[in-house]
Design a binder for this molecule. Structure first.
Ligand code: UT7
Length: 324
């Protein structure tokens, strides 16, 4: 068996909803500005006791159930996350026990908002080379824990959630190709101001907690350019045309970026899965959350050709072309 295919998907969101109107009460912003500039109306935020791990656990359980796969059959577990529960063990490792997975490899991959695309790429390669038959892949984040809620530049954008897929080996694709890239020269445009090894000393704002630092407008421009390139790379690697695509499942950072991608692909927005209005930017969770929603509500059907793409801090970016 030469390829991997998506056998099942799942997702999980915190119950707590924070609307734009809620944010209007604490920072100098407006519902109108947020909707016009980002397309976001509300986002979900983890409460005490909810973590990246608890959200991921439920998303993974639902994906295993949808795939009708026993956790004991999983050969590898890969998690894309930038906000792990602990420094170590990895969140994947913590969940391995809770999910009832065997002693398979379990790892976190940190590629910021592209984390799920990176995780999916690793998982697909393991299946393709014959070292794994069933792989659990998850993208999960609690970015709300590293947002400065007093800064309007970032507080309006981010949300929490988790999405997961089970991949299984098959004779026909499945995943046609995955593509991942990084360019660390852009670190200053989107980063955090503290870390485990660098330390917290420089942090004065945000009650001494690390926070996301972003030059949004510059990130926006590079994101549109870079995603345009990876979309072309992905289609040409498979000798396919834009018109062959059935669905675009983009990273949900900003509706204007998503619309620009749809325009580049000559795709009607009816064929683009949009969740940013209700989820905000959930980083590594955004693509699997959107994928799960459109599979469960019946929009995505077996046989459809799906293009998944994401872009995030680093910069990192990635894509996958999938015959569902
Ligand atoms: O997922 C990882 C990748 N991240 C992204 O892709 C994020 C990409 N960037 C964006 O989505 C957008 O750049 C933002 C939504 C973050 C900002 O939108 P923008 O249209 O690029 O706005 P801007 O930063 O150029 O700011 C325009 C104005 C500024 O005021 P002045 O200088 O024109 O007076 C800002 O101070 O809007 C102001 N502003 C706000 N006003 C009300 C910035 N944030 C807000 C706010 N509410 N929340």
């Amino acid at each position: 068996m030469k390829y991997s295919r998506i056998a099942g998907t799942g997702s999980q969101l915190p119950d707590k909803v924070v609307t734009n109107h809620d944010l209007e009460k604490t920072i100098e912003t407006s519902d109108q500005w947020i909707r016009e500039r980002t397309g976001i109306r509300e986002r979900r935020v983890a409460v005490d006791g909810e973590t990246t791990g608890t959200l991921a656990r439920e998303a993974c359980r639902k994906a295993l159930e949808a795939a009708d796969v026993d956790p004991a059959e999983i050969d590898l577990f890969v998690m894309g996350t930038t906000t792990p529960d602990l420094v170590f063990p990895s969140t994947a490792c913590l969940l391995q026990k809770q999910l009832g997975l065997p002693d398979c490899g379990a790892m976190d991959v940190n590629a910021a908002c592209s984390g799920f695309m990176y995780a999916l790429s690793v998982a697909d390669k393991y299946v393709r080379c014959g070292d794994a038959k069933k792989v659990l892949v998850c993208g999960a984040e609690t970015l709300s824990r590293i947002v400065n809620w007093n800064k309007r530049e970032t507080a309006i954008l981010f949300g929490d959630g988790a999405g997961a897929v089970v991949l299984e080996a098959c004779d026909d694709p499945g995943i046609l190709s995955t593509h991942i890239h990084a360019n660390g020269n852009y670190v200053d445009l989107l980063t955090t101001n503290a870390g485990i090894s660098v330390g917290w000393d420089a942090v004065e704002e945000n009650d001494g907690k690390p926070e996301i630092i972003m030059r949004g407008n510059e990130v926006f421009k590079v994101a549109v350019r870079t995603l345009g390139r990876i979309v072309e790379e992905t289609l040409s690697a498979n000798q396919l045309e834009k018109s062959d695509l059935t669905w675009l499942i983009p990273h949900q950072a900003n509706l204007r970026i998503i619309s620009a991608m749809a325009k580049m692909l000559d795709m009607n927005m009816d064929h683009v899965v949009v969740t940013v209005d209700r989820h905000g930017n959930t980083s590594a969770a955004s693509v699997p959350l959107a994928l799960d929603e459109a599979i469960r509500d019946g929009r995505i059907q077996r046989g459809d050709l799906l293009l998944l793409e994401a872009f995030g801090g680093g910069f990192t970016w990635g894509s996958a072309l999938i015959r569902y």
